[in-house]
Design a protein around this ligand. Structure first.
Ligand code: URP
Ligand code: ZN
Length: 546
């Protein structure tokens, strides 16, 4: 009986702590042993993968992926529909070196059938099962209501039976946001159940007010999405959320931090020893407000391809400021916020044109009036009409589904722009992309490390000396999206192998795995914060009596 199924040789193995040349022996989907060199007897009968001196790292863990999700980010009950399902999303993730993704199971506040959070999770789990997944996956539950009976009876079940130990709360979006008192209700329930709380921090009232001011001045082209959400919007909300978290002693993670001001709030809270964590994403290091004017003309609706919330920072200077927070440890995790919408799909970015035409109440003269009673969230527009509408009509940024794709480019962008430039060390790269998400989301040490007994989830890069830098094009990618925000970006390496529990899923430019391979991951509690009473006991700051 061979000692190992697979051995990886000649790899520069990187963990969140160290880098060294090791061989890795894998048996039954787990890491069995690491050694400077295995004996020839040990290697007998096993498959050998030669890393040829390249980096070998724990597989990427993407803590922020939207698949199969209807997202009502606009002001009415219609919205967009994510174009990737678990097949196309996990395929794209694997091709980019990701071995586990945490997706969202989103409660629809407007649908009474969604009152039950368990029902919500079951609905999304069925979506994943209906296609299968190439890589392992888990769910955060998005909570959009504060029903006390549901929180009390269902959160413990989600944690114990489903291993769903994280929730996401919104401070913006008409149909998803919680008021401050609702945030407090849910945060207390989260604390009692050790549920890691993700916060989308933007001041929804201020965004609505600014949007009204902009539209009164006819400033509705995609570019003005950014002006409806200047950095103060995120800075104010993150500041408020830190205070609320402190009050009820509930650790929080800010998702997709996009402004140096908000990052500074996190830094300041962390320096007071508070368990406040922050995620950031490649869009905040690559795009600026100028990208919302990128295509053809400043008013061209194609610029809606770059709309996400929070918007990218105003200028390149902001990228440099954010890089400092990446290097100095303020950011905890690097995720994609992969939120895919197509430009040739009426339920994608064009919703911003269709909804606007509808809100003009027939002024369009083409008979399309989405403001009329609608029984589904979807826009029923014949494909041939869509390009005609897009060419002729003005759209409004407020109706554009927020989000951009990036699950596949998440690791390669940071590798080229962070690791190879020396901004961050290889170990910090692993910490941000794998080890910290594993700890934060209760998967460590099953995932996020290369210890004996851990899942053999690995990404092996190309040997640097022989890799030819290339300009990224959407045709390289495996998602179901008709563009990438990073078109033309130079990349200086790419994952050569992606392995999930001992099976190669991506090898030398090809998907070689099976859709039946990806497993649902039942998770435990956050293991990042371990200090007892990190919020202190001062009654001026903390309601310890709650
Ligand atoms: N981030 C974004 O623009 N879209 C995804 C939905 C959200 O998380 O806000
Ligand atoms: Zn969000």
């Amino acid at each position: 009986m061979p000692r190992f199924d697979t051995v990886i040789v000649n790899g520069l193995v990187v963990t969140a702590a160290d880098s060294a040349y090791y061989n890795i022996g894998i048996k039954d989907g787990k890491i069995e042993a690491l050694a400077r060199e295995f004996s020839s007897a040990d290697l007998e009968g096993c498959e050998i993968i030669d890393a040829e001196g390249a980096y070998v790292m724990p597989g990427g863990i993407d803590g922020h992926v939207h698949l199969c999700q209807d997202l009502k980010t606009g002001p009415n009950k219609l919205g967009g529909r994510c174009s990737d399902n678990f097949e196309t999303g996990s395929r794209s993730a694997a091709a980019g070196g990701t071995t586990t993704m945490v997706n969202f199971a989103s409660q629809d506040r407007l649908d009474e059938a969604d009152r039950s959070l368990i029902g919500v999770v079951q609905r999304y789990a069925a979506r994943a099962q209906s296609t299968g997944s190439y890589i392992d996956y888990a769910f955060h539950v998005i909570i959009t209501r504060n029903d006390p009976d549901v929180l009390q009876s269902e959160l413990p079940v989600l944690v114990k039976e489903w291993g769903i130990t994280s929730c996401k709360l919104f401070m913006t979006y008409d149909t998803m946001r919680l008021t401050d008192r609702q945030l407090l209700d849910v945060m207390v329930a989260a604390r009692k159940n050790s549920v890691t709380t993700l916060i989308h921090a933007e001041n929804g009232d201020a965004i609505e007010w600014l949007t009204e001011q902009l539209e009164a001045r006819d400033m509705i082209a995609p570019y003005y999405h950014a002006l409806s959400r200047p950095p103060l919007i995120e800075a104010e909300a993150s500041n408020r959320a830190i205070a609320l978290a402190q009050l009820v002693q509930n650790p929080i993670l800010f998702v997709h931090i996009g402004s140096p001001m908000a990052a500074q709030n996190v830094r300041e809270a962390q320096s007071r020893g508070l368990p406040i964590y922050a995620e950031t994403c490649p869009q905040y290091f690559n795009l600026t407000w100028q990208d919302l004017k990128r295509f053809h003309s400043p008013t061209c609706f194609e610029n809606s391809k770059m709309i996400c919330s929070p918007p990218p920072p105003a200028e390149k200077n902001d990228h440099e400021a954010l890089q400092r927070y990446l290097a100095n440890g303020t950011f905890t995790i690097w995720s994609s916020d992969h939120c895919p919408f197509r430009y040739d799909d009426p339920d994608g970015k064009p919703a911003g044109v269709l909804e606007h035409a509808g809100s003009m109440q027939g002024e369009s003269g083409d008979g399309h009036n989405p403001a009329a009673p609608c029984t589904s969230v979807y826009h029923e527009v014949p494909k041939e009409d869509l390009s005609r509408l897009l060419a002729r009509k003005m759209g409004h940024f407020k109706h554009v589904p927020n989000g951009i794709p990036g699950v596949e480019t998440r690791l390669p962008l940071l590798f080229s722009q962070g690791l190879l430039t020396g901004l961050i060390s290889p170990s910090r790269f692993v910490e941000l992309t794998s080890t910290n998400p594993a700890k934060l989301y209760g998967m460590y040490p099953q995932k996020g490390c290369l210890m004996p007994g851990s899942d053999a989830d690995l990404v092996i890069w190309h040997p640097q000396a022989t890799f030819k830098p290339f300009a990224l094009s959407n045709s390289h990618l495996h998602h179901n999206v008709d563009y990438t925000p990073y078109e033309g970006q130079t990349l200086s390496n790419w994952p050569r192998y992606t392995m999930v529990r001992g099976k190669l899923i991506w090898s030398n430019g090809k998907i070689v795995g099976q859709l039946s391979h990806g497993n649902f991951v039942k998770r435990g509690p956050n293991s990042l914060h371990q200090r007892p009473q990190p919020f202190g006991t001062d009654l001026r700051n903390v309601a310890t009596w709650l």
